[in-house]
Each structure stands twice: as structure tokens, then as C-alpha cells.
Design a protein around this ligand. Sequence first.
Ligand SMILES: Cc1ncc(COP(=O)(O)O)c(C=O)c1O
Length: 379
Amino acid sequence: MSPSEASSSRDLLPASADPTLLETPVGYVDLRRVAANAERVAKYASAHGLGWRPHIKTHKSRAIARIQLEAGAVGLTVATLHEAEVMATLTDDLLLAYPPVGARKLDRLLRLPLTLDLKVALDSVEVLQALATAAEAVGRTVGIVVEQDVGMGRVGVQSGDAVTGLASRASDLAGVEFRGILFYPGHIRMSHEEQGAHLKDVADRVHETLERLGAAGLEPGIVSGGSTPTLWRSHEVAGLTEIRSGSCIFNDREAVDVGVASRDDLAYTVLATVISTAVPGRAVVDAGSKALSKETRGNGGGFGFLLDHPEVVVASLSEEHGVLDLGSTTWRPAIGERVRVVPNHVCVSVNLQDHLLARDGDQHSLLPLEGRGRGPWKG
Ligand SMILES: Cc1ncc(COP(=O)(O)O)c(C=O)c1O
């Protein structure tokens, strides 16, 4: 490493902050990179006439959601009722992109503030009917977006006709109103350049659905799509009104591999400490699977890489040990040296943290993760 590279890495590591903040492993966020990422996505969306409704499962933090809203996000997307309760304190435009099944979840959903423009994504008559009945009983009308599977094979009805059937049912029921459609292209994770044919297939399916809805006189105000791997090509799906891209706020190893982010756009790492160099060719850090997660995500193997030594991969993990492969580097770390690990998939790593250590210039602070957990949010 050249002296200038060495000093720029040191600049980015917390040096003089309160040492109690620096106990590792800890999720470490660069707030200036977060703000730059938010501005870039909001600018792209607005240039293409799209709204940005970020999925906040990535960060689960009110402070980060505020940055997204200040950058121009039109509202927020959540997956859990706990996230909904937390984020309803920040926005009046919320989408639950997950079917609420069961009386307890419906009860929590319908207790969200009445001032909220609340929308729920679902893909079955069962969930639609139960939600409509519960909402009508409390005198509330909840927006419905019908989820369509566009190739991931996770959730979502299978055709434009099925979307239209559910949309028309929603239009007939009290307690709910049809607002639009939603899809998640989570199967498109190849490099940015190789996505064309897959996005065309998504665009064709959405086009067919919009035609069917139009023929039935059901105009969707919302056509919600987007992901981080497909972020900069979202506009290739005609008719889209908003994107929910979420992990782009921090980015991760996958985002760099796919080519939607550069290493300079990585706003989240796990700050870790080298705890052993006893085994030749290896160094062990205190970030194991309980800080990074064991997500593989189809990249070249391993569970992350070092931001300041990108040639060094986390080759294997135990719960509290991350084993670095030093086979491709001349860097020889000392015990106690701090490193920043870029995880394969940022969202699951964040969810493993108690809080985040946030850096803003040379200031450091701890950010609570209010959206973690499942029970009712106590505020
Ligand atoms: C329904 C839904 N929408 C949006 C997203 C955000 O995707 P990404 O993190 O790739 O931006 C996800 C991620 O899992 C999702 O499940």
C-alpha cells in the first residue's frame, strides 16, 4: 500500500472517537456516503419521472430514513408491522410490501395512524377479504396493491388476468380500495450489462398486466418495482411509477459485483479487530457469522472483503470468528489492527447489530436501530 493510500484508509477509520464507541464488531456507517447515495438515487428517479419509496428493511433506522425523505423519497416501504409502527412516525405515505396474515397483524396494521396513506401489497383473496373485513369493522379504508410474480417465484399472482381478478375484487369490497400493482425483480442479480433480456421479460409481463387492467377499467395509480441490482435500469420497465430500491442506501459486496455501485459508494462496513494471526496465511477478525451473516449471494466465494484491502476475502466464518485469506495480499495485519469488512448482503448484517456507529466527518455517534425486532414498538 502506498503512503497516500495508507493515510486515506486511516482517515476513514475512527481514530479519536470515544473508545467506548469503538468496541468491535460494530456496524459502521459513513453518513456522508449515505447522503450521497440517497441523492444519487433520488436524482435518477426524478430524471425518469419515478418516485423513490425506499425499502427501509436495509437500515431499520429513523435517522437514515430521514436522510432518504430529505433527499426526496416520496414515502417508505416496510416489511414488518414493527417497521411500519416505527416509520409511521416519519412519513404519511407508507407501503407494507408483505401480506399481513392473522388477526394480530391486522389489528396492529389498523392501529397505525389514521392520517397515514397506507397501502398493503398482497396476492390472495384470503388476505384481501380478511383485511377488508377488519378495516371495514374499524371504519378505515386501506389501499391495495396487487403483487405479481415477474420471475422470482417467491410471492405474487402469476398473470395479468390474476392481477385483474384480485384488483376487481378489491374494487368491490368496502374497507379497501384498489391502488395499483407491485412486483419485485429479485431474480435479476447478474451483472448490470447482462440484465437486458431479463428486464425485457419483466417489462413484457407488466405491459400485459397494464393492458388487462385497462381493458377492465381498473387504472393502477401505482406501479411499484425496483431493486438495487436493477436500480439504474429501472426505467426500462414502461409504466413504472415508483422504485423501492433499498440496499442502495448502503450498498454491499453484491452491489459492487453487479456493477451498480463502486467501492466509493460503500457506506456500511462491519468494523472489526484482528484477534489472531497464529495460523500461516490467515488472520482472524472478531466479526463472524453473528456480525456478517452467512449469505453467499453467488459471488466468487467467501462472506465479504476488506474495504481497505479489497484483495482480502473473508474465507470462512464461525459465530465470532471471521477468517481472512491472506493468500493474495502482501498486507500482514497486526493483532489489534482494525479493519472494515464489506458484507455480501448488507441488510442481514445490519439486522445483527445492536446499533450502528455512524461517522460524519470526524464526528462519531451511535445510531439506534428502532426498526429491529418484531413486537409492538413502544416508541
Ligand atoms: C418486496 C421488496 N421490495 C423491495 C426490496 C428492495 O430490494 P433491494 O434491497 O435489492 O433494493 C426488497 C428486498 O428484499 C423486497 O423484498
